[in-house]
Design a protein around this ligand. Structure first.
Ligand SMILES: *[C@@H]1O[C@H](CO)[C@@H](O)[C@H](O)[C@H]1NC(C)=O
Ligand SMILES: *[C@@H]1O[C@H](CO)[C@@H](O)[C@H](O)[C@H]1NC(C)=O
Ligand SMILES: *[C@@H]1O[C@H](CO)[C@@H](O)[C@H](O)[C@H]1NC(C)=O
Ligand SMILES: *[C@@H]1O[C@H](CO)[C@@H](O)[C@H](O)[C@H]1NC(C)=O
Ligand SMILES: *[C@@H]1O[C@H](CO)[C@@H](O)[C@H](O)[C@H]1NC(C)=O
Length: 671
């Protein structure tokens, strides 16, 4: 930090007058000293995994309101980048997302909700940058190995088909594609991906590598000319605002291509404010992408509420516009990708940071943050301690900016004592002092300011959404597709291993013409340890006493097995150790009641007479410490005693990666 007039003045006064009237520190904003890097935007990440699952089932007008808070320019977060998961049929943190190619001879570009989400984002902001990244791949891509690079040409054409499908079926231009989220990269594969993109007329689609750490990708790119040409962006995750000399040496653009992942209370807002500025100030990163875009998954799954806002109650319509939305607005509403950072950005003498960006027309946007350590800790990496105190700062506008006569001012202050935080408030513009080509401001701790020539910022708002409510105690779904034209998945089911999608049997319009079908028949190239069984959870994690019933249909003659369950206590990356009360029937004519998904703890077992390709109705009732089950209305077993777990979701699933169907699902909560 340079010693400047302000510091000297302060010392002088305190020594000779024994009072500390500090006139503050001076900071120049000057485009004539040269410009910094080009700004690429702030974004949100949907997926990695299934983080937008519940959003799609919100009724209007709430669903559009949520989308407006995220994407509509000059309204809320006004996001400049949307990154989505390229579904790979496997568990990727809070659920699975369906692949466009479950099988080698299968192609379908209407599964899941990411296509829809990208279109909704584009509708609001045609300039939004789109990125796709795989976390996992269908099993056939790995040819049975848990590895996507053994046949790199197959993996490359699989990924490129997703980009081509986006254009062909949804008129979506994907701008960037990644390699394999937070896993190994492979230079040969990256070059082949570049080659396959070019060969498919997709020269404009650029590659981000490697969505992991700065190393080894930086050194490998520097050492390999062909790889240098193939890779456009170095994307790192959770960089703690820092970069490495090796990354700078590549000469590539540096992005924090996944960051935040922090509970979205005001400390989360503080984390986001600090890293949005300091990812550039400390790390020269020119884009930052938030995991996740919107917390639209059951709150009791891993990393609940780690999104820019919360929308996890489609049944009530309730959603919450959390502080990270307004922190994002401080930058996004007053910049566009393509603006340029000034060289004169940095840290304040008494803590906090400032960045300044400009466009070609002499616009200027300054963002300051003075977040204290304890009010801006992110989930990772650890944050070394530092001090921030209230301070007076003076900005001097030089170069092109000397002629600016008015700056709009937007202010946020996190107040952790009273909870009366101010978020993104438009306050009195700065005018008079600009005649002296400078302005001074007293910065308190835990504040964010934007000073800008851009006039049309807006704090968008809608009437309060309906109040929060628990999942309905009585719930039914007959999977009649006609009621759900847009999505392949039934509302509120959150797949944790396998993929459950609507199925219509074209050959026989009997009573089970429209069903929900588990369709993953081979273990995927996984991102975490998916279960060996498939499972989709639904409902309220606090449910204790419950009756679940469902019609089931095993398609697999030899290995067929299907379950319904209650008090299911886990999902996400730890799905293998899920416990609950599981009622299984098998195609070999037996049944089982187990206390866990992997079937290790058997509470009861016996003969059921069940076989494949016949519909049965299963009913499971759990009350207090007792459980009982019916098959086609007749008692199968009664009053099995169980102790743990005490509560959890309801669920359906299969005993292996196999085809099976479900129909007429119903829940009655008994307490
Ligand atoms: C899209 O970008 C162009 C060029 O920067 C700009 O003029 C236009 O206002 C932008 N549109 C929106 C909706 O942001
Ligand atoms: C800033 O950009 C606007 C258009 O968004 C333009 O009208 C104006 O002249 C620019 N320059 C300044 C200094 O405001
Ligand atoms: C900022 O300056 C004002 C006016 O000179 C003074 O009253 C105030 O104490 C200063 N604040 C700080 C934190 O130094
Ligand atoms: C502030 O809000 C948090 C979270 O809602 C709550 O835990 C805390 O008690 C509140 N503090 C005050 C002083 O109201
Ligand atoms: C579709 O219905 C026909 C006639 O009932 C049946 O034979 C066939 O197995 C069904 N197909 C599936 C996949 O359920």
């Amino acid at each position: 930090v340079r010693m400047n007039a302000g510091t000297q003045c302060c010392m002088f006064l305190s020594i000779f007058l024994f009072i500390s009237i500090c006139l503050g520190e001076d900071y120049d904003l000057d485009d004539k000293t040269g410009l910094g890097r080009s700004f690429d935007g702030i974004g949100g990440l949907s997926g990695g995994g299934a983080t937008s699952r519940l959003l799609v089932n919100y009724a209007e007008p709430y669903r559009s309101q949520i989308l407006d808070y995220l994407f509509k320019p000059k309204f809320g977060a006004s996001l400049q980048i949307l990154k989505v998961e390229i579904g790979g049929d496997a568990q990727t943190t809070d659920g699975t997302e369906p692949s466009h190619m479950h099988y080698e001879d299968d192609e379908n570009y209407f599964r899941g909700y990411e296509w829809w989400l990208m279109k909704e984002a584009k509708k609001r902001n045609p300039n939004i940058t789109l990125i796709g990244l795989p976390w996992a791949f269908p099993g056939w891509v790995g040819n049975g190995e848990n590895w996507p690079y053994s046949f790199p040409d197959i993996t490359a054409s699989y990924v490129v088909s997703w980009i081509l499908g986006a254009k062909q079926y949804h008129n979506l231009d994907i701008d960037y594609v990644g390699i394999w989220n937070e896993r190994s990269f492979n230079s040969k594969y990256i070059k082949l991906l570049r080659y396959t993109l070019d060969k498919s007329g997709l020269e404009r689609v650029k590659i981000i590598a490697s969505d992991n750490l700065w190393e080894p990708i930086s050194s490998v790119v520097t050492a390999d000319k062909e790889l240098q040409d193939a890779v456009e962006i170095l994307g790192v995750h959770y960089p703690g605002t820092n970069t490495l000399p090796e990354a700078l040496k590549t000469g590539k653009k540096l992005w924090s291509s996944e960051d935040y992942s922090t509970f979205n209370d005001n400390v989360g807002g503080g984390c986001w404010a600090r890293i949005l500025n300091q990812n550039y100030v400390n790390g020269k990163m020119t884009a930052t992408i938030c995991w996740n875009l919107v917390s639209s998954y059951y709150g009791d799954l891993p990393f609940g509420r780690d999104g820019l806002m919360t929308a996890k109650e489609p049944w009530s319509g309730n959603y919450v516009v959390e502080s990270p939305i307004w922190i994002t607005a401080h930058t996004t509403q007053f910049t566009e990708p393509g603006w340029t950072y000034l060289q004169t950005v940095g840290h304040f003498t008494h803590g906090g940071s400032y960045v300044a960006l400009t466009d070609e027309r002499g616009n200027l946007t300054i963002i300051t943050e003075t977040m204290t350590h304890d009010h801006s800790v992110c989930i990772r990496p650890p944050l070394p301690s530092y001090d921030v105190t209230a301070q007076n700062v003076t900005f001097h506008l030089k170069g092109t900016f000397a002629s600016i006569s008015e700056l709009q001012v937007w202010h946020s202050k996190f107040d952790f004592k009273t909870n009366k935080s101010v978020l993104f408030q438009n306050i009195k513009p700065i005018k008079d002092t600009l005649k002296q080509r400078s302005f001074s401001i007293e910065l308190d701790v835990d504040e964010v300011y934007t000073f800008t020539t851009v006039r049309n910022g807006q704090r968008g708002s809608y009437p309060d959404p309906p109040p929060s409510a628990p999942f309905p105690k009585s719930y039914k779904d007959d999977f009649d597709v006609s009621g759900h034209p847009y999505f392949s998945e039934a509302p509120n089911f959150a797949d944790q291993t396998g993929v459950f999608e609507y199925f219509t049997n074209q050959t026989d319009p009997g009573p089970h013409v429209s069903t929900l079908r588990q369709v993953v028949t081979q273990r995927p190239v996984t991102w975490v340890a998916d279960a060996d069984q498939t499972i989709s959870v639904i409902g309220d994690y606090q449910w204790q006493d419950l009756m679940v019933s469902c019609d089931i249909y095993m398609e697999s003659v030899h290995t067929g097995g299907v379950f319904i369950a209650v008090r299911v206590n886990k999902g996400g990356g730890v799905v293998r150790s899920t416990r609950g009360v599981f009622l299984w029937v098998y195609a070999d004519g037996t049944y089982k009641v187990t206390n866990d998904l992997n079937g290790m703890t058997v509470l009861a077992e016996g003969l059921s007479g069940t076989r494949a390709r016949v519909w049965y109705t299963l009913t499971l009732t759990v009350k207090g410490n007792y459980a009982s089950a019916d098959l086609n209305g007749y008692p199968l077993w009664k009053n099995a005693v169980l102790w743990e777990p005490r509560h959890g979701w309801a669920a359906i699933g299969t005993s292996s990666f196999e085809l099976a169907q479900f129909d007429n699902f119903a829940i009655e909560a008994l307490t």
